[in-house]
Design a protein around this ligand. Sequence first.
Ligand SMILES: Nc1ncnc2c1ncn2[C@@H]1O[C@H](COP(=O)(O)OP(=O)(O)OP(=O)(O)O)[C@@H](O)[C@H]1O
Ligand SMILES: Nc1ccn([C@@H]2O[C@H](COP(=O)(O)O)[C@@H](O)[C@H]2O)c(=O)n1
Length: 190
Amino acid sequence: MKAAKVVFVLGGPGSGKGTQCALIVEHFGFTHLSAGDLLRAEIKSGSQNGAMIQSMIKEGKIVPSEVTVKLLQKAMLSSDNDKFLIDGFPRNEENRSAFELITGIRPEFILFFECSEKEMEKRVLGRNEGRIDDNIETIKKRFKVFIDSGLPVLKHYDSLGKLRKINGDRMKEEVFESVRPLFTAFAKKD
Ligand SMILES: Nc1ncnc2c1ncn2[C@@H]1O[C@H](COP(=O)(O)OP(=O)(O)OP(=O)(O)O)[C@@H](O)[C@H]1O
Ligand SMILES: Nc1ccn([C@@H]2O[C@H](COP(=O)(O)O)[C@@H](O)[C@H]2O)c(=O)n1
């Protein structure tokens, strides 16, 4: 597992992480692992953690790291690929340290989409995927959790010189033109 190359993809709810990950997969052959999608699949699977995860997501809270890291680790181990985009993770310092401790992996870099709350709110409310957390009450809670728990993670990686900030407040094609050079450089290095 230590040979795996990981890029963490972060940003507030609706900043466009999943959308840009799909484009990176298409152009650069990464495997996309969304922590949120893995947690939602765990609810659907009837796992004994399902009820707890559902209630945390409904409240916009962060699920205990052990649960999320195990899901990520399982997905990575069952993949043939060695390049992963881990989307929506780490959401707090506990997520970060648990991942490093359990997997022994340090990320190559962190892709961070900066976007205004007004734009993120508009996008999430317009998403129409039937998510239990895409309502104005939960969105406000998710914004607060992002500021309180997510910013310290970004500061940590910034101090290591690993943070790559992208203006996510533009059309998705324009955003991707800022993302592309980071992965072109990474592919050359590889
Ligand atoms: N640059 C963009 N401009 C306009 N709409 C966008 C843009 N990027 C994504 N969207 C739309 O906004 C919504 C949220 O995007 P997406 O799911 O990629 O965000 P996210 O950061 O992964 O959100 P979350 O963390 O809540 O899962 C989707 O409906 C998507 O189609
Ligand atoms: N590392 C994470 C990621 C997500 N969650 C929970 O899932 C919700 C939805 O996440 P998205 O990335 O799909 O927006 C999020 O609000 C958390 O409740 C988590 O606990 N830990």
